[in-house]
Design a protein around this ligand. Sequence first.
Ligand SMILES: Nc1ncnc2c1ncn2[C@@H]1O[C@H](COP(=O)(O)OP(=O)(O)O)[C@@H](O)[C@H]1O
Ligand SMILES: O=P(O)(O)OC[C@H]1O[C@](O)(COP(=O)(O)O)[C@@H](O)[C@@H]1O
Length: 621
Amino acid sequence: MMMMKPTTTTCSSSSSVSSSSSSLSSSSLLRSSKSFFGKTSSSTQKSFSKSASFKSFSSSSSSSGRRRRRRQRSSRGGEGQDVVVRAAQSSKDNEDEDDDYETEEEEQYEWEVGGPNDVPIPHLMNIYKGEKPLKPLQTSFCAPHSKTCLPRHNKTTTRRYFRSDKKSNVKFFVDPGDRVVLHSLAFATSLSPDSTCELPTEADEGMSSSSSSYENTSSCTFTPQWVVRAGPREKVYFAPEEVHAAIVTCGGLCPGINDVIRSIVGTLEEGYGVSKISGIRYGFSGFWEEGFENIELSKKAVRKAHKQGGSILGSARGGGDVDKIVDSILRQGINMLFVIGGNGSHAGANAISAECARRGSLVSVVGVPKTIDNDILLLDKTFGFDTAVEEAQKAIQAATIEAQSALRGVGVVKLMGRQSGFISMYATLASGDVDICLIPEVDFDVHGENGVIEHVKDLLDEQGHCVLVIAEGAGQEFVKVSGTDAGGNPLLGDIGPWLCKEIKKETKCDVKYIDPTYMVRGCVANAHDAIMCNVLGQNAVHGAFAGFTGITIGYVNTHCVYLPIPMIIEKERLVDPKGRMWHRMLTSTGQPDFKEYEDDEDEDASKENNIPDKEIFEPVR
Ligand SMILES: Nc1ncnc2c1ncn2[C@@H]1O[C@H](COP(=O)(O)OP(=O)(O)O)[C@@H](O)[C@H]1O
Ligand SMILES: O=P(O)(O)OC[C@H]1O[C@](O)(COP(=O)(O)O)[C@@H](O)[C@@H]1O
């Protein structure tokens, strides 16, 4: 392993991102990536730009006497081709195929790969402009029970390409047509929690909100959207001996980064037989700034990486000069790039993928979402979040002990979470000791009749102590600062000490303040995150070999899927203050609303916070 001493070269500032001619904002990335999609994709593009709502309705409703459609697979081709696969699903999914099967309960959804409800992902086949046609190859990835696969430890023998063993009847490879449903909830009425359906119209007037009124389903039609299932494919678009893979880690640290690196390297080397893998130092700058040298990665080199926190490659914000990055990629002959990073890094990854495509180069760019903030749209959870919540427990426990042992003691804990309060909300729920949780998504007054301090006083009178958790991005209006960091993220005022000062001033109580800052992320991933990282890393490699580019990977409804990057960076994911999780947190703490709304203001205020209703397109950068 070739290691360079970290240099003192500074990362370029955010201006390098915005001023560079090829650096793109995520909104322009969205535009540029649309050209990736084949001709069948335009309608889906439209529908996923409003992915939170089911717009069109194509499912046939249940009706008696309807004939169940036989499952049929018409033409089938490789990934990236216009494959047409039709399937019918019924509530009796596993029943055998029966032409004349009829049932009252039957419900059919029709979908097709490349159809309007199918979310396509960019494929090198649709991008490649070379003279020789890009042909799918038999994969070198071994299926577990394959009789034709060589033992994994047999390093001295040349690897043989795996040929599917039809007789062994092992179902292993993911079919190009396999899909996962994006949204798992169908709402019965517009009054259902989280429903994005239109509210009742005048015609519905008189309908009681408590009635389970199926008359009001007209605006709540359910059209499932389907996303590509992740996993190894039997046909791939890279020969292992021709692969030069690179891994880069950008943005803030997150527990599990090294686990992902280790998993990617292991899968490339052991799984597919790739031997050229480069680690890029200190984020995007490592591609082009003077003084950085790649680290040669191998399974041996990363064997113990997961026992270490942080990133063995070094991570940094800045350096997102897409032209320079792509120049470096092509100069080095890199044809697979894995970008481990958050929203900003994904905007960069998408721009790199688009620029490689524009230059007609066969480079697969795959993002792996990384953030303790858990602020990535559509995904069940991001890796590192769970560990951060767990680490936060230590700070909350210490604050609780201090508060309980002091005379009229108040423990205040500030937790990370720049724009989103997921860490604070989940840490509060996990702890059970927290009385007040404040997050960026929910406005609050500090002073006044309904303010936080009044409630602190009540709690001190009632129980003698109080524990308060605040996300670093909350209440920024009280501590405004201007400016952005190297990644273009807004700088935050320090809300923690300010709040402590105000509480102390008004209550004369004993305030103990704990700010664990980087301790919640400067650590090794817990078991849950480590497993997730392993799966993500493996599937990232499968996605690259399958020829996808400009994609990211994550869990959706418990399944690992590939998504087009623009879909997840449209805006940051936020806690929904009208959602059930926030409500559960309120139920757990018993905290009141810390904001007084005038009657007519009330609706506006809650509307503003209602994420699904939010029509604002907020580019990440
Ligand atoms: N539109 C973009 N084009 C190119 N690079 C970008 C773009 N947006 C962000 N980046 C790069 O990605 C890096 C990481 O983003 P940042 O927001 O700091 O962290 P994270 O990826 O964790 O959100 C930024 O420092 C910047 O260099
Ligand atoms: O001080 P740094 O390293 O720039 O990062 C601080 C920020 O990074 C985070 O931990 C995660 O942010 P990213 O996902 O953008 O890297 C935030 O919670 C925090 O505000």
